[in-house]
Design a binder for this molecule. Structure first.
Ligand SMILES: [Zn+2]
Length: 396
C-alpha cells in the first residue's frame, strides 16, 4: 500500500477524484493536524467548499474532530485532528509462541489487548482468535472496520491467502476465511515482516518514513525481511519475496532453521541461535535451567559473560546477513525489529562492523537502526494492514 505523496497528490484526476480528495484531506489532518480548513484548502489547492464538504463527511463518520486553537482575540479558530482513543481496527499478531489480539485507534495507538499461547493446531488458534475478537468487539468495537493479521508465514497478500507457515507446518490454512466468517469483519493478512515494514512506513521515525528504499529485518524465533522499494512493499512472484532468513550464511549453525537447515541466516542469527549459543556455553540445555530470549537479553545487559558472548556472536551473524542485503540491494536504511533491539547499545557496533566487513569496495555502508515501533512491531504491523487501507489513496 503506497503512502500518499502530499506534494504530488493534488494532481490526481480520475473518476474516483472524490474518494482521492477525501483521502488527501484525511492524510493532511493525520500528518499536519491540528490544521484548519483554510490551511488544508491552501496547501492542497482544493476548493474551500470542497474541503468543508469532505470535512463534514469525515466528522460524520467519526474519523476526525474539531478542536479549538489559541485565540488572538475574538473567536478561537476551529482546527481539525484525527479522532483518537476510539477502536477502529483489530490487529492479530500470530507469533510462533504467543498470539496477541488488540484494538487500536486511528493513530495506531493500542487500546486493549488479549494474549494467549499459539496452538500448533491452526484450527484451534483460529478459534481462539475469533473468540478474542468477539470479546473486544463487544466491549467497545462498534466502529471496527477491519482485522489485520500478521504471521510468520508465506502469504499471498494480494489474493488473501496464507500459503505456508514453516514453524507449525501449516499448509494453506484457512485462517483469513475462517476469521472473516466467524466474526463478520473483513480480514487482511500479511507476512509479519512485511506488516512490520508497512508499520515503519506509516508510523516509524521520520528518517525511515522519508526513505524510499529500506529493509525491515524482523528477528524472533525466525528471521523475516520486509523490503520496501519506492515507498511500497516489494512482493515478488506469488507474493513471497523477502525470505532472506533462509539465505545460506555458512554451515554448522548452533540451531536448525524452521525448514531444518543448519546453513541459513535464521539458524545463525535468530533468537533461537542466540539461545543455542548460550546453552552451549553454560551447559543449560535442560529444563528447568533453560531461559527464554528476553531473559538472555536482560542477563547480557547486566554484564553476565556467557549471555553477552552469545548475544555478540549472534549480532556478528546478523551483520553478515545484512551486509549481503546491502551488497545486493543498497537500501537507504535497514531497520531491525524484535526483542533483540532492547540490547541495541551492546550489539549495534558488532552488527554494523560485520555488515561493513562484507561490502566490496565502493559500496556505501547503510545505516542500521532499531525500530521505533515499540516491543511488538508485528502487532503494529497488523494494525497498519488496516490503517494503511483507511489512509491510502484509492488509486494513484
Ligand atoms: Zn532455512
Amino acid at each position: 500500500m503506497r503512502r500518499i505523496d502530499l506534494r504530488t497528490a493534488n494532481v490526481a484526476r480520475s473518476n474516483t477524484v472524490r474518494d482521492i480528495n477525501r483521502q488527501i484531506v484525511l492524510n493532511f489532518v493525520r500528518e499536519k493536524g491540528p490544521i484548519s480548513r483554510a490551511e488544508i484548502a491552501r496547501e492542497t489547492k482544493l476548493q474551500r467548499s470542497t474541503v468543508s464538504l469532505i470535512v463534514s463527511e469525515l466528522q460524520k463518520t467519526g474519523l476526525i474532530k474539531e478542536v479549538y486553537g489559541e485565540s488572538s482575540g475574538g473567536r478561537p479558530p476551529a482546527l481539525l485532528t484525527l479522532r483518537t482513543a476510539r477502536p477502529v481496527a483489530i490487529g492479530v499478531d500470530l507469533g510462533t509462541i504467543k498470539t496477541s489480539v488488540a484494538t487500536c485507534d486511528l493513530t495506531g495507538r493500542m487500546i486493549e489487548k488479549e494474549e494467549f499461547w499459539t496452538d500448533p493446531d491452526a484450527e484451534k488458534t483460529t478459534a481462539l482468535i475469533i473468540a478474542s475478537v468477539k470479546r473486544l468487539v463487544k466491549k467497545d468495537g462498534q466502529a471496527i472496520e477491519r482485522i489485520g493479521i500478521s504471521l510468520p508465514a508465506l502469504v499471498d497478500a494480494k489474493k488473501g491467502r496464507v500459503l505456508y507457515n514453516p514453524h507449525f507446518k501449516w499448509r494453506s490454512p484457512k485462517i483469513i476465511e475462517q476469521v472473516a466468517a466467524g466474526t463478520g469483519i473483513p480480514v487482511t493478512a500479511d507476512n509479519d515482516a512485511n506488516a512490520a515494514a508497512l508499520a515503519e512506513l506509516w508510523f516509524g521515525r521520520p528518517e525511515v518514513r522519508a526513505a524510499r528504499d529500506f529493509i525491515l529485518v524482523f528477528i524472533e524465533n525466525g528471521i523475516g525481511t520486509g523490503i520496501v522499494f519506492d515507498g511500497q512493499i516489494y512482493r515478488g512472484k506469488g507474493g513471497v519475496a523477502g525470505e532472506f532468513g533462509h539465505m545460506r550464511i555458512g554451515n554448522d549453525a548452533p540451531v536448525l532453521c524452521a525448514t531444518g537447515s543448519d546453513e541459513c541466516w535464521e539458524a545463525f542469527a535468530s533468537e533461537r541461535a542466540a539461545l543455542g549459543r548460550y546453552e552451549k556455553l553454560t551447559g543449560t540445555q535442560d529444563y528447568p535451567n533453560r531461559i527464554n530470549f528476553l531473559q538472555l537479553v536482560e542477563l547480557a545487559m547486566t554484564g553476565e559473560k556467557a549471555a553477552l558472548a552469545a548475544l555478540k556472536e549472534t549480532a556478528h551473524y546478523i551483520g553478515i546477513g545484512m551486509g549481503n542485503l546491502i551488497q545486493g540491494l543498497s537500501p537507504d536504511v535497514i531497520v531491525v525489529g524484535g526483542t533483540i533491539t532492547r540490547a541495541w547499545d551492546l550489539i549495534s557496533a558488532d552488527i554494523q562492523a560485520a555488515a561493513e566487513g562484507v561490502l566490496c569496495q565502493g559500496i556505501p555502508a547503510t545505516h542500521i537502526i532499531p525500530s521505533s515501533l515499540g516491543p511488538e512491531p508485528a502487532l503494529m504491523g497488523a494494525f497498519s494492514l488496516v490503517l494503511a487501507e483507511m489512509f491510502a489513496p484509492v488509486t494513484l
